[in-house]
Design a protein around this ligand. Structure first.
Ligand SMILES: [Zn+2]
Length: 509
């Protein structure tokens, strides 16, 4: 399919002075733009504006002239210019910055599963309607045949990457979020315990406050996060009050508490985590560590955890899930009924088809689908969020359900209902996905394969209203129609050159 033939002004160098108009490459609209810019400069000069302003406006004209054809050069005469400016309806401001046209929208919160156009303005969803004319947008993307969903939320990731720390806590086991998230439609990641109260500030300064991906945090109950086994066994550094205080002071970023990797026979880490979660009124996510008879898993999910708390690594083989006949154990449904949530957290060891496939088949899907990305899982069975989602699609879940458990449900689990949906007025975090049909296969954490006929891939990712990933250049014009082109794109919709930060979403809702 052919992308729409439009171009935009070369750079957004002077917002407000640059004519904010999307126009066709080969038509009289292009003339209108050039003419309008020139007229603006001339009118400004005659109105006695300062020399500096005139210089800036001349630059606008100069930049615009790159698009002029010889025919356009013939156009002159100020009265004619002003006349054109006054009569051209095309000079009206486009209503939208970006329009995704003709895609199949899956927006579980708003119960939409149908073809819709989605328009974006100022980083927000401006309209979701059956037909929004392309002329109303600066840039239109043909999304026919694709699925348009809220930006994906990865509830379990490790993104505290760096060189000063160790392991997952500021070391090279964590992965910088922008390096793996945006390219698969993920616009928000929740770091699951890589940092604790002693290194959260460093994490925030070096990664969270710089990334293009939105990063939220489950703060480790251990003071140093996840620098390695010795620290993670140190119960004396698990201070519930101090963790809760830090969470309360950083409500915009810290969405919960993480307890992980404990090998001891006691419940101390779980109890401290739940205490911190209660003090700060936030959920706790448990990675149960070593499964030991002294502290049965059933007791964790039936008694220790509160409604709204999360057990991650739901399909890890040590979880008691199936009886000898392969039937799901009834206590799991009891735990779910209590409000305990089950997250995937695929990772390097914690997702096995022999648990997941029967569970899904027997009506026990995960509440949230997540990666547990780190250097050990990234290139092994896990790969990325879409690969994990594809596994569930091929195990028999519907696409709508897979999207629900990767967008709106994780948003609710962390009490950030500002994201995970495409409501008008919401932050425009969007994934445009393709469902490929063919012969594919998937690998679990223990190296077993599952064949499948479907695979999800990302075509386009929009984060806070800007295109940050565009696999097939759907927002782009063909080079051979652009002449001597300058840098393409327009800051109103183009985020591909980096630097943009996700819109803040604030605290719990
Ligand atoms: Zn993890």
């Amino acid at each position: 399919m052919e992308p729409p033939r439009t171009v935009t002004t070369p750079t957004p160098l002077i917002t407000g002075l640059t004519p904010r108009l999307a126009y066709k490459a080969d038509g009289d609209e292009a003339v209108t733009l050039v003419v309008a810019a020139a007229a603006t400069a001339l009118v400004a000069a005659s109105a006695g504006e300062s020399a500096a302003v005139r210089r800036r406006r001349r630059r606008v004209v100069f930049m615009t002239v790159h698009y002029m054809t010889p025919g356009v050069m013939m156009v002159s005469g100020m009265r004619f210019l002003v006349f054109l400016l006054s009569v051209s309806p095309l000079f009206a401001q486009p209503k939208y910055d970006l329009l995704l046209k003709g895609g199949h929208v899956i927006d579980p919160k708003n119960k939409i599963g149908d073809v819709r156009d989605v328009a974006i303005r100022d980083g927000l969803i401006a309209a979701v309607e059956r037909d929004i004319p392309a002329v109303e947008a600066r840039r239109t993307v043909n999304a026919a045949g694709l699925f348009v969903t809220p930006g994906l939320i990865d509830l379990h990731a490790h993104v505290f990457s760096g060189t000063e720390g160790v392991g997952l806590a500021g070391g090279d086991s964590s992965i910088h979020p922008d390096a793996f998230a945006l390219r698969v439609g993920v616009t928000t990641v929740v770091d699951a315990g890589s940092s604790g109260r002693r290194n959260f500030a460093h994490f925030k300064k070096t990664v969270i406050d710089r990334a293009r991906t939105r990063v939220l945090v489950l703060l480790n109950i251990g003071g140093a996060g996840m620098p390695g086994d010795a620290h993670e066994q140190d119960v004396s550094d698990m201070d519930a009050k101090a963790a809760a205080d830090l969470a309360i002071a950083n409500r915009d970023t810290i969405v919960g508490i993480k307890v992980a990797h404990y090998r001891g026979p006691d419940w101390t880490p779980v109890e401290r985590g739940v205490e911190a979660g209660t003090l700060a009124n936030i959920p706790v996510m448990i990675d149960f560590g070593e499964f030991r008879p002294e502290r049965p898993f059933q007791e964790l999910v039936l008694r220790k955890l509160r409604p709204g708390d999360i057990y991650t690594h739901a399909f890890y083989v040590p979880v008691p899930m199936l009886d000898e006949k392969g039937k799901l154990l009834p206590y799991l449904f009891e735990a779910r009924k209590r409000g305990v949530l089950f997250d995937v957290g695929h990772g390097g060891a914690a997702f096995e088809f022999r648990q997941a496939a029967p569970a899904v088949k027997q009506g026990f899907p995960p509440d949230s689908i997540s990666t547990d990305v780190h250097s050990g899982s990234l290139n092994a069975g896990m790969k990325d969020q879409l690969n994990v989602m594809s596994k569930f699609l091929n195990m028999g879940m519907t696409l709508d359900d897979v999207i629900y458990r990767s967008t709106w449900n994780p948003a609710r689990i962390i009490h950030r209902e500002q994201i995970g949906h495409l409501s008008v007025g919401a932050i425009a975090d969007i994934a445009v996905l393709r469902v490929e049909k063919g012969q594919f296969a998937y690998v679990d954490s223990w190296g077993a394969r599952m064949d499948g006929g479907q695979r999800l891939t990302a075509e386009l990712t929009v984060a806070s209203g800007r295109v940050v990933y565009d696999l097939n250049g759907r927002t782009r014009d063909s080079w051979d129609r652009l002449g001597k082109y300058q840098a393409q794109g327009d800051a109103s919709w183009d985020g591909s050159r980096g630097g943009g930060r996700p819109k803040a979403i604030g605290g719990p809702k």
